[in-house]
Design a protein around this ligand. Structure first.
Ligand SMILES: *[C@@H]1O[C@H](CO)[C@@H](O)[C@H](O)[C@H]1NC(C)=O
Ligand SMILES: *[C@@H]1O[C@H](CO)[C@@H](O)[C@H](O)[C@H]1NC(C)=O
Ligand SMILES: *[C@@H]1O[C@H](CO)[C@@H](O)[C@H](O)[C@H]1NC(C)=O
Length: 273
């Protein structure tokens, strides 16, 4: 049995430890919230010219799914004085919207109350490429995220087999793509490609490959600096069968800055130790 003094002393120590832990927990929670309050599913999207593109931006809240009050959103584009889109006090506020974006943008009111301020940009043009900043402020938190939009044209090639020649045709590619054919083992094959540029500067791609072995796998890659379409095709008696999938390159400027900051931190660690 401890004396009264010892019990009081122990209780006080315990209380101090509990308070200390609580303060550290509160600090940690608020700090981690601050670090990642606004995010984007894709900070380097590649939009297909003429099609609609969703620029992703949302509030990362610990209390999802919540309905936030007082949500305000501003989408800005680097180099433009006027906003791309603004939403204030529960309504769009577009009096000073940049003329380029008039009638081509919208937010989603249902998503907005849950902290999702993703912007739909209709019928993307080349001039839409650039750096956008999405800023959200609401009762559930606030912050901003940068989204680097690149523009390209890309389309799925259609394959035909006629007179012993496997032909790939893709109507829309930009910037100028190059086409490579390889066999299943990656050996380069002798394809011949023609590119025809239309008045809008978009390339039509026609590429031919011969000779062809039935039931053999042929891979056709159409690519430029932003987009790669990889098609894997097989010619059989009943026609050409295969599939195509697209991959998009990461933005080189963003990558360069990430490399730089990683290098800087490595240098700092080096100097500190
Ligand atoms: C945000 O809303 C858009 C439009 O409704 C939706 O397509 C997208 O998936 C949502 N994103 C998130 C992270 O909820
Ligand atoms: C490559 O294909 C072209 C026709 O598409 C043909 O004229 C040429 O001889 C071929 N070259 C080789 C090395 O097979
Ligand atoms: C097509 O068949 C010939 C003869 O069997 C073979 O030499 C050649 O490698 C085959 N081509 C491919 C792309 O598999």
């Amino acid at each position: 049995m401890g004396t009264l003094g010892q019990i009081v002393f122990c209780s006080m120590i315990t209380l101090i430890i509990i308070f200390g832990a609580a303060i550290i927990l509160i600090l940690a929670l608020s700090f981690s919230g601050k670090l990642s309050e606004v995010s984007s599913n894709d900070v380097t999207p590649v939009a297909n010219l003429g099609e609609d593109e969703l620029l992703s931006c949302y509030l990362n809240s610990q209390v999802q799914p919540a309905r936030f009050r007082d949500v305000s959103v501003t989408w800005e584009k680097k180099g433009l004085r006027d906003p791309v889109y603004r939403y204030l006090d529960g309504a769009p506020s577009l009096a000073d919207q940049a003329p380029l974006f008039k009638g081509r943008t919208q937010l989603f009111p249902d998503a907005l109350v849950a902290g999702n301020a993703s912007l739909l940009l209709r019928s993307v043009r080349q001039s839409d490429a650039g750096e956008y900043t999405c800023s959200i402020s609401s009762s559930g938190g606030s912050g901003k995220v940068k989204v680097q939009l690149r523009t390209a044209a890309f389309s799925v090639p259609i394959f035909k087999f006629t007179n012993g020649v496997l032909v790939a045709e893709a109507p829309r590619w930009f910037p100028e793509p190059r086409v490579t054919w390889v066999d299943f083992f990656g050996a380069v094959l002798n394809g011949s490609t023609s590119l025809v540029k239309n008045s809008a500067g978009i390339f039509q791609v026609v590429s031919r490959l011969q000779p062809i072995n039935f039931s053999e796998i042929y891979i056709c890659r159409i690519q430029n600096d932003l987009v790669t379409a990889r098609s894997q095709e097989t010619v059989t008696d009943s026609g050409v069968k295969g599939n195509t999938y697209f991959t998009f390159s990461a933005a080189s400027s963003l990558l360069a800055s990430t490399h730089l900051s990683i290098m800087t931190s490595v240098l700092c660690i080096y100097y500190l130790t």
